[in-house]
Design a protein. Structure first.
Length: 277
């Protein structure tokens, strides 16, 4: 259970991560701010409450792992890694610039990144392999994967979803960012997914449905994942694409569009209390 102090700290960090995303994508005039902002609360919780890691030894054997299968949301991951201290915050000034660290999609040469992703669908298979290997090696580590809802149309997602319970991977927790939008519009208009949570239950996953912006629910969901033995957990996180920045709400055309000057200024007004350089 989160204390009031811890909850407030995580809320503040989530706001900071959203600010970082807006700043990065505005300066780069490239990137995916909407699907990044929907993950801010979950990323804040993972890196500042849950995961075990050492920024001085990013590849430490006993670290917890994260695979961002929806790799286009790289800006929110980079923000979390920078704020955690994996690399200097100044790197965020150079998103998608040739010769600099932070590419458009995650790459393993970036400190703290455990898997290169971008092409949708295969990140979950990587996470399943990591969790299975940890079991085989007797490592007490937790493996996390973040998948998108538009990504659920990829067949490889369901191959991995079938394999993980068969391997009894109770060290694997998948977070489904259910923001209900994908590249071309609303998921239910393009490839209807519902009843999506029940589909995962049918594959023998422990499914926990939450408000993905409620830190107490996020905390309880991960506690439920840790308590579940013999099978993996899916945290079905109902989120809002562009959360925290009103100009992005219910605007599917902004999936891969960086903010204009007016949108940037509007977002900063809403993200008060955060900092930049």
């Amino acid at each position: 259970m989160l204390t009031n102090e811890k909850r407030e700290a995580l809320q503040s960090m989530a706001t900071q991560l959203r600010r970082d995303v807006i700043e990065m994508t505005y300066k780069a005039q490239s990137g995916h701010p909407g699907g990044s902002c929907s993950l801010a609360d979950i990323m804040a919780y993972l890196y500042f409450s849950r995961m075990r890691y050492d920024v001085n030894e990013p590849k430490a054997l006993k670290r917890d792992r994260l695979v961002l299968s929806k790799g286009h949301a790289a800006p929110i991951w980079y923000a979390a890694l920078a704020e955690a201290g994996f690399f200097p915050r100044e790197e965020m000034l150079h998103l998608r610039e040739i010769g600099h660290l932070l590419q458009g999609h995650p790459c393993v040469h970036i400190p703290g990144v455990d898997a290169t992703t971008g092409s949708l669908g295969f990140g979950l298979s990587i996470a399943v392999g990591m969790a299975a290997a940890a079991k085989m090696d007797g490592l007490d580590v937790k493996v996390h994967a973040i998948v998108g809802d538009g990504e659920q149309g990829e067949g490889q997602i369901w191959e991995a979803a079938m394999a993980a319970p068969n391997l009894k991977l109770d060290n694997l927790t998948v977070i489904l960012d259910r923001n209900k939008y994908q590249n071309d519009g609303r998921t239910e208009d393009i490839m209807p997914l519902e009843p999506l949570a029940d589909k995962w239950r049918a594959f023998n996953w422990n499914v926990v449905e939450i408000d993905g912006h409620d830190l107490d629910q996020i905390d309880a969901a991960f506690a439920a994942a840790d308590a579940c033995k013999g099978r993996p957990t899916l945290i079905y996180a109902n989120t809002i694409k562009g959360k925290g920045c009103s100009y992005m709400l219910d605007q599917p055309q902004l999936h891969y569009t960086p903010p204009t000057k007016e949108q940037y200024e509007s977002a900063l007004e809403e993200l008060k209390g955060s900092r930049w350089f």
